[in-house]
Design a protein around this ligand. Structure first.
Ligand code: UDP
Ligand code: MG
Length: 332
């Protein structure tokens, strides 16, 4: 197959996009304007995560205007974390920037990240200064989650760091080796290590549309994060069970001794029911926790591809040029 005569870009920008058609033109324009100033060459990969609006058409229009833009389109919505993984899989740059499509991450901040990268940092994360554009309930729950993660997670996350970041090729290659399905990217970025530094940025208001994360989606994401980076929820039931057993044994001893000394008392119906239901509750809860992990083990063991690409703009062009038919493929 004839390879396109195109040299490797210095920087790749990966953008997960889900129903963001209106934001694409401004996004591309601002990213290009910034990168023209600070890198020799770049490519922008839009990963269309199964959008149902005109996102793919907008991507195609952007590509027609500028061949440095490429787009992958998933066969359905696989989630932002998987979209990022697909972008990293296809990135060719010596460094990769991950950025949201809704312009909450200011593209102009990439310049400062590139400066840090040139200084030798391999994991340059955008550090949000505040969360004032998040709904108060979401902000409170997010804070709660990070406290829990800080306490029980096996990896510590730098405060304010998110997906907006620049990763050197070495860090990208490390991430490419992690094919887990329950993906909590923030944890993975921290887990791989490398020389890291934060670049502060002010989160902007969403340019258009609404957040694509419902509370349901966020809860699943938080569970993925905790179960991927902590086994505490599995272990805590052992300690809890131990404590309850000690308590139950002492109570049994107390009752035996009392019965021997004072004879049979009025049967303790209430306390019996209370302890039986309490223990049943604890057991079901702990089974539920085990179920959360087993469900994830099941998903990993199945070993399905992370995502299915339905269309890949630059690849499709090559296929057309060589007269080959495009074959739907898994993870390419
Ligand atoms: N996104 C995605 N797939 C999804 C949900 C979101 O690719 O299933 C993208 C979305 O288009 C945006 C980024 O992920 O570029 C962040 O999403 P959003 O702005 O809705 O999240 P928030 O800023 O509320 O955390
Ligand atoms: Mg957003």
């Amino acid at each position: 197959m004839p390879q396109k005569a195109q040299s490797m870009p210095e920087l790749t920008v990966v953008v997960p996009v889900f129903n963001e058609a209106e934001n694409i033109p401004e996004l591309i324009q601002r990213i290009s304007a910034t990168l023209d100033r600070c890198v020799q060459s770049f490519e922008i990969i839009l990963v269309d995560d199964g959008s149902s609006d005109g996102t793919l058409a907008a991507a195609r229009a952007a590509r027609d205007a500028d061949p440095r833009i490429d787009a992958l389109s998933f066969s359905r919505n696989f989630g932002k974390e998987v979209a990022i993984a697909a972008g990293l899989d296809h990135a060719r740059g010596s460094a990769v920037v991950i950025i949201d499509a809704d312009l909450q991450h200011p593209p102009e901040a990439i310049e400062a990240m590139v400066t840090k990268w040139r200084e030798g940092y391999e994991n340059v994360y955008g550090q949000r200064i505040d969360r004032r554009f998040d709904a108060p309930l979401r902000r409170a729950l997010t804070m709660r989650f990070y406290h829990l993660f800080e306490r029980f997670g096996e990896t510590s996350l730098p405060p304010g760091a998110g997906d907006f970041r620049l990763l050197d090729r070495k860090a990208v290659n490390a991430l490419l080796r992690m094919r887990e399905r329950a993906r909590f990217s923030k944890g993975l970025y921290a887990w791989i290590g490398f020389k890291s530094i934060g670049v502060p940025f002010q989160v902007a208001e969403r340019a258009s549309g609404a957040s694509k994360f419902s509370y349901g989606k966020l809860t699943r994401f938080a569970l993925d994060g905790l179960t991927s980076f902590s086994t505490m929820p599995l272990k805590v039931w052992g300690y809890f069970g131990g404590l309850i057993s000690i308590f139950a044994l002492s109570a049994a001893t107390f009752f035996i001794v009392r019965t021997l000394l004072l004879g049979v008392d009025v049967p303790g119906y209430a306390s019996l029911i209370v302890s039986v239901t309490f223990l049943a509750g604890v057991q079901l809860l702990s089974l539920g926790v085990i179920g959360e992990y087993i469900g994830r083990i099941f998903a990993e063991v199945k070993g399905r591809p992370l995502y299915i690409v339905a269309e890949h703009l630059s690849r499709d062009e090559q296929a057309q040029a060589s007269g080959a038919a495009r074959i739907g493929n898994a993870a390419e």
